[in-house]
Write a protein that binds this ligand. Structure first.
Ligand code: ZN
Ligand code: ZN
Length: 326
């Protein structure tokens, strides 16, 4: 499914089988998650995608062929391919352990063709080996919703117990399970009157659920915003306690309205999360081998990518949308 031009529907196309470069593997795709970032790319809010582009950066598949310099992966291995598809290794960010900020990074499904397809190629060093348990459609959302949720969660520090999550979609439903597994409490804020999402959060063990416009029932140690809604930032600041942090987990957000300084005062912090590092992936996949997470998904055949994107756009999906091939 190909994006030929932003702001247009994806087009179903027959394309030549990609061939792996020396450090790449050819992957037969089992499933690929549909992420809000795909919408931002298709809608032209993220500028300069590769065009034409095969979107998709939550890929689960099997290695079908290895390039001649591939060292670790073998044919038949189960792998996941995330958003981070390449880093240069030499810029100051790469050298300082912040490869997520690499000046020359390549991103799967944005500047590199991604997973809305039957086959793709990926650089070996950026594929994560997956355990069998996650080698299916349900594993796909882990590759972005899971990873970005985890990186956002890492920003709040080990002492935050009461955590607000604003926007209860794919990332939130994975993170909630992980956080509760680590003894934390989740306060889930959804779109106002979205009773389905509130019930979903409750079923996953949230300590409290409510409308995003409602004040938190108690002061929070940290807040993570997954909804792309800038006005949630001052609201979340209002809900967090002294010294608390508000983490924006999305790649794009509507403008943030101005707000009085006292909301930020008392050493509250605001930060954003950009991309992921391979270290995040290693840590995350190790953690979910100890605290298993179940993803709630809605699957679509690959050729219905436009329908899946549309459902995501309108909030008609509980958990995550996933495209399945074959
Ligand atoms: Zn770099
Ligand atoms: Zn994503």
């Amino acid at each position: 499914m190909v994006l030929e031009k932003p702001k247009q529907l994806l087009v179903l196309k027959e394309m030549a089988m990609p061939s792996p470069l020396p450090h790449q593997v050819l992957i037969k795709i089992i499933a690929c998650g549909v992420c809000r970032t795909d919408l931002h790319i298709i809608d032209g809010e993220l500028t300069n995608p590769k065009l034409p582009l095969i979107p998709g950066h939550e890929i689960v598949g099997i290695v079908a062929k290895t390039g001649n310099k591939v060292e670790k992966l073998r044919e038949g291995d189960l792998v996941g391919v995330p958003w981070l598809g390449y880093t240069c290794g030499v810029c100051k960010y790469c050298r300082n352990g912040n490869e997520n900020l690499c000046d020359n990074a390549g991103f799967t499904g944005y500047t590199i063709d991604g997973g809305y397809a039957e086959y793709t190629v990926a650089n070996e060093q950026y594929c994560f080996p997956l355990s069998k348990q996650y080698g299916n459609a349900a594993g796909a959302p882990l590759l972005c919703a899971g990873l970005i949720g985890f990186r956002s969660y890492s920003m709040i520090g080990p002492h935050a117990i009461n955590i607000g999550i604003y926007g209860f979609g794919a990332a939130a439903h994975i993170l909630t399970q992980l956080a509760i597994g680590q003894g934390r409490k989740i306060f889930a804020f959804t779109r106002d009157q979205d009773t389905e999402a509130q019930l979903f959060a409750k079923q996953l063990g949230a300590a409290w659920v409510g409308n995003a416009s409602q004040p938190s029932p108690q002061k929070l140690d940290a807040a993570i915003i997954f909804a792309p809604v800038g006005s949630l930032l001052p609201k979340a600041l209002q809900d967090v306690d002294k010294g608390g942090i508000v983490v924006c987990g999305g790649i794009h957000m509507s403008d943030i309205p101005s707000f009085p300084y006292h909301l930020l005062w008392e050493e509250r912090k605001i930060c954003s999360v950009a991309n992921l590092t391979r270290k995040d992936g290693e840590t995350f996949f190790k953690l979910i081998s100890e605290i298993p997470v179940n993803t709630t998904i809605k699957t679509y055949p690959l050729y219905q990518a436009n329908e899946a994107l549309n459902d995501l756009r309108h909030g008609n999906i509980q958990g995550a949308a996933v495209l399945v091939t074959g």
